[in-house]
Design a protein. Structure first.
Length: 366
């Protein structure tokens, strides 16, 4: 509230009309902050604009005095430099004025920071876990859990499998297979952590971001005012596919949210091996199973995918130390892992004829 009042005062006459026009014009450019769809994001935006106005006025004043002094006290006019080495008045002035400005700005900034930490009494809680390179969402109040990975169309464009170019897809690298869905006008506590390396969950429209650190849980909260789809990305360099783990958040009405919850609780488990492979494995091993030479081994004709089933189960469940091969045992169900491994052992000419069951996967977990 203080920030909005201060901003109204500034717009009311404390800043030249030129600055007011510039502030409104800058707001239309992508280089400026967005106002967002939460009270916190708007307060952050207001603080940003107030500080921009202040530093702009200071900059204009300093440069105006500097250029005026250069012009009126130039050598060609016979100006002689004053001979003094100390001015108590000048030193006190250029110390007190910045301190007053900083204190004036500190009050609204501190108020906003305190609000950002008020995570108590949420209406719902979502736990966000970062993986290389996807997100897992656990709705702790609803017993809903799912992974959110790069969208199938973006994966196909990236791998050159669809014939499309990145510019053909408006949300290339910004779409996912399973968006996180939340209700509007609801206080949501968001817990962030990671299972492997440091990630950072960032949706600009919410006005904040939080690091996801293995072994730690950070939290923040949000109340989204407007229904819509809001996109973000991992904001921490987390490995070679850092740029391929976007975030899509859909804010819907409370009625729509309850319908989504019901649908999520009654949907059948995903058992399409090819689709699961495309979601979880094709980024590294490629859709055609050929891998990336020097980086990721091919699965087509590989000794793992065509050799003993026990070895294949072990590496998928437990990963491989010292490589980018992750342990999928903690991430996927027995049924999902069975479908993926069955697909890998019978695709791209492997043709082992193996049909891996959920019981086989469960036995390998022990």
């Amino acid at each position: 509230m203080f920030v909005r009042k201060l901003r109204n005062v500034v717009r009311g006459g404390a800043v030249p009309l030129l600055l007011l026009w510039a502030g409104n014009a800058f707001a239309e450019y992508r280089l400026n902050l967005t106002q967002g769809v939460t009270s916190i994001s708007r307060e952050v935006y207001d603080l940003h604009m107030i500080i921009l106005y202040v530093v702009t006025v200071i900059g204009i004043g300093v440069f105006a005095v500097m250029f005026w002094s250069i012009f009126h006290h130039r050598k060609s006019k016979g100006a002689v430099a004053a001979q003094f080495h100390h001015s108590t008045f000048a030193e006190v002035t250029w110390t007190i004025i910045p301190v007053i400005i900083l204190i004036a700005l500190a009050f609204p900034a501190t108020s906003t920071l305190i609000k950002m930490e008020e995570t108590g009494d949420p209406d719902m809680t979502i736990k966000v876990t970062g993986y290389q390179w996807k997100w897992k969402y656990d709705y702790l109040d609803e017993d809903i859990s799912f992974f959110s990975s790069l969208g199938e169309r973006s994966v196909a464009i990236r791998n050159g499998a669809s014939g499309e170019k990145p510019q053909d897809h408006k949300y290339y690298l910004l779409d996912v297979d399973n968006p996180v869905v939340v209700p509007v006008d609801t206080k949501i506590r968001i817990l962030t952590t990671a299972a492997d390396v440091i990630h950072s969950w960032w949706v600009p429209a919410l006005g904040w971001k939080r690091d996801a650190i293995p072994g730690f849980i950070n939290d923040n909260w949000t109340i989204i005012d407007e229904p819509g789809t809001y996109r973000g990305q991992c904001a921490e360099l987390c490995g070679r596919d850092h740029g391929f783990m976007p975030i899509v958040l859909k804010a819907v009405s409370k009625e729509e949210y309850q319908q989504w919850v019901t649908a999520m609780k009654t949907r059948p488990a995903e058992i399409d091996g090819e689709k699961l492979y495309a979601t979880h494995c094709s980024t590294c091993h490629q859709a055609n199973g050929q891998g990336l030479p020097g980086a990721f081994p091919a699965l087509a004709g590989s000794p793992i995918a065509t050799g003993p089933l026990a070895g294949h189960l072990n590496i998928v469940l437990n990963g491989k130390a010292g490589t980018a091969m992750l342990a999928y045992g903690p991430q996927l169900s027995n049924e999902e892992l069975a479908a993926i491994i069955t697909y890998e052992r019978n695709a791209w000419g492997n043709d082992t004829g193996d049909e891996v069951s959920a019981e086989d996967v469960q036995a390998a977990r022990k």
